[in-house]
Design a protein around this ligand. Structure first.
Ligand SMILES: [Cu+2]
Length: 308
């Protein structure tokens, strides 16, 4: 696989630069301290593309999403101290707002008011679900849980606020064997589909990743829109599970974006490291998840301490 140049031309549209879903968000709304301004993820556009060639310090300094249970006066509170292992295990939670009460008003982002990602801390069991909101502000969903420590990410935009991703742990009692680290994984198989990944992640710079979807050796050219896009990519950093939600370049129906086999993403990761990549795509009416992994350039794989 060749290294991807930072300025590989996509050409058919203005690049949507995906940054960490929880933009820094200092000092908006009721917070009296304001040292900087930032925009929610959806507001970031890359007008000239000229910063793509180099390091963008402002972007690199943003706090990644999903690391905190409470941020900007919003708090994620899971109602269960622990959950039993099993399929379709009920899990409920609330988002508490600046007034300490459950938030009941959310903006719709990517077709939903809230996106919940659940993954065991060793990266097994990834699920992306859309809980139901009760009138009292409690969110309910079912998860398939195996014993171990799980991480939950709530990705939402409270009405009047900015987009946030809060994260918390959920213990599931029982014996378990942690999955081994994967290293780089550029080919994933799921339900007869093969997803291959081209491109590399360069810390602090926009990195183009191209996912190609095939079934039975034939490229899939009729992907279906899922939540307004042909693919949704969640990247999680090994070590702390920092969360990055990336959307593809181009949207269904924009006149230039084809429904596969390639889905092109532009991702910006803040540091070197190992990143797990979970691609949700929809075909024949079913959403499937392909699991891939990249080690950033210059970050030694496994026990190797060599460079490059
Ligand atoms: Cu979602």
């Amino acid at each position: 696989m060749t290294m991807t140049g930072p300025l590989k031309v996509v050409g058919f549209l203005v690049a949507l630069v995906a940054v960490f879903a929880a933009a820094l968000g200092v000092g908006y709304a009721v917070g009296p301290v304001s040292t900087s301004t930032s925009e929610p993820m959806a507001g970031h556009t890359d007008e000239g593309g000229d910063h793509a060639a180099g390091h963008d310090p402002a972007m690199a300094e943003e706090v990644p999403g999903g690391l905190m249970v409470s941020q900007d006066e919003y708090t994620l509170r899971v109602h269960q101290a622990a959950a039993r292992p099993g399929r379709d295990v009920p899990v409920s939670f609330t988002i508490e707002g600046p007034d300490g009460r459950p938030v009941t008003a959310y903006d719709v982002e990517h077709g939903k008011q809230l996106h919940l990602i659940a993954v065991r801390r060793d990266f097994s069991g990834f699920q992306h679900v859309h809980p139901e909101l009760g009138s009292d502000g409690s969110w309910s969903t079912d998860l398939d849980l195996t014993p171990g420590e799980w991480r939950l990410f709530a990705d939402f935009n409270p009405t009047g606020g900015v987009g946030l991703t809060l994260g918390t742990d959920l213990s599931v009692p029982g014996d378990y064997q942690p999955e081994r680290p994967s290293g780089t994984v550029r080919t994933a198989r799921v339900d007869g589909y093969t997803v291959t990944l081209a491109g590399d992640l360069t810390p602090g710079a926009d990195s183009e990743l191209t996912m190609s979807v095939a079934r039975g050796g034939r490229p899939v050219t009729d992907l279906q829109p899922y939540l307004g896009a042909y693919g949704h990519l969640v990247a999680l950093r090994d070590g702390d599970l920092a969360y990055l939600h990336v959307h593809p370049e181009g949207a269904p129906g924009d006149g230039s974006t084809r429904p596969g086999p390639e889905i092109v993403f532009e991702a910006a990761v803040p540091s070197s490291g190992d990143y797990r990549l979970f691609l949700d795509f929809r075909h024949d009416g079913v959403v499937r998840t392909a699991e891939l992994a990249l080690v950033t350039a210059g970050h030694g794989e496994g026990k190797s301490h060599g460079h490059g």
